[in-house]
Design a protein around this ligand. Structure first.
Ligand code: NAG
Ligand code: NAG
Ligand code: ZN
Length: 311
């Protein structure tokens, strides 16, 4: 009888466990005894039509002349940041003093956090792909739109650009990326989910050189984790970050999805979503370098105009 009651109690507990079962990546869903929900079962907005990531067909992206350079505020300041294993990725909390503007965005955006996606397969760790090619990792810097007092709350909540994510693709190289050293070293201190540590670095240390950040792709999509809210204005930079192969592999070796440290944190990558009818734009001259410096191109035109005017 006791046993029966115990079994009944277990049975009753089951649906609760199910309702509480958490979202996860395919590699976790496929692990033995897994109860979590992989990407094809994610709830919220995840099964809708304006989702991310997507494959970007670079030759089909339309040039948009409004996509000028970004202004970065606080990206160069050296700070001590909190670094967390949040069970899905490694996340760096960015405080309150990091902002972006420009880049064709409608407002200023305040940085909240950055995190990465990766794999041990060096062509399977990015979420976005360019012309079908995936990269070793992808770094996301997540920003929230600064509220303007004149805008009403409802409009703010409904807008599809509440969040601006700057996405950087990561390629493997043969040189150590020194800017990444503090982050890679921090990984060993947070193997288990829901643990944190700190690291000292500036954000610019992690990114490609500023002058290489003029070329990028732009489209409207979603967060790539539940609830996949469709309110993200995406910027995918053309210039990749380069890390030594060992630095890339350290993410899969040092971090775990579980407290028992049985399941390495890797392949934390959402599968590609349909682009549908959404346009993808590119900043002027993405993929091209101007053959001549701009003044050299403009000078004859200006001279021509002046001549016409004087005539
Ligand atoms: C980091 O972890 C410690 C110990 O678990 C906790 O007390 C602290 O609040 C955490 N800090 C942040 C910013 O999450
Ligand atoms: C998983 O983690 C262990 C312990 O750090 C490491 O030896 C192993 O190489 C990792 N596996 C992968 C696929 O990275
Ligand atoms: Zn992400």
């Amino acid at each position: 009888m006791r046993l029966l009651l115990a079994l009944l109690a277990l049975g009753a507990a089951r649906p609760v466990a199910c309702a509480e079962s958490h979202w996860c990546y395919d590699i976790q869903a496929e692990a033995p005894n897994s109860v979590c929900e992989g990407p094809d079962k994610w709830g919220g907005d995840c099964q809708k039509e304006q989702q991310s990531p997507i494959n970007i067909v670079t030759t089909k992206a339309e040039v948009d002349h409004n996509l000028g350079p970004f202004s970065f505020f606080g990206y160069d300041g050296k700070n001590t940041w909190t670094v967390q294993n949040n069970g899905h990725s490694v996340m760096v909390l960015l405080g309150d003093n990091v902002m972006i503007a420009g880049g064709g965005l409608a407002a200023q955006y305040r940085a909240k956090q950055l995190h990465l996606h990766w794999s041990v397969e060096l062509d399977r760790g990015s979420e976005h792909s360019l012309d079908g090619d995936r990269f070793a990792m992808e770094l996301h810097v997540v920003h929230e739109k600064e509220k303007q007092t004149s805008r009403n709350q409802k409009e703010a909540q409904d807008s599809n650009d509440e969040i601006a994510v700057l996405a950087f693709l990561v390629e493997d190289g043969s040189e150590e990326n020194e800017g990444f050293r503090p982050l890679v070293e921090a990984l060993s201190k947070i193997p288990q989910p829901n643990t944190n540590t700190t690291m000292s670095a500036s954000l610019l240390d992690l990114l490609p050189k500023k002058e290489k950040l003029r070329h990028y792709f732009r489209y409207l999509g979603s967060l790539t984790t539940p609830n996949c809210d469709e309110k993200v204005v995406w910027t995918v930079f053309e210039e990749p970050i380069r890390l030594h192969r060992d630095q890339i592999l350290a993410f899969s070796q040092k971090l775990f999805y579980d407290n028992q440290q049985k399941l390495n944190m890797t392949d934390n990558v959402r599968p590609l979503q349909r682009r549908g009818k959404r346009p993808v734009f590119k900043s002027q001259a993405a993929g091209l370098l101007l053959p001549l410096p701009l003044p050299a191109l403009l000078a004859p035109t200006l001279a021509g105009l002046a001549a016409a005017f004087l005539h």
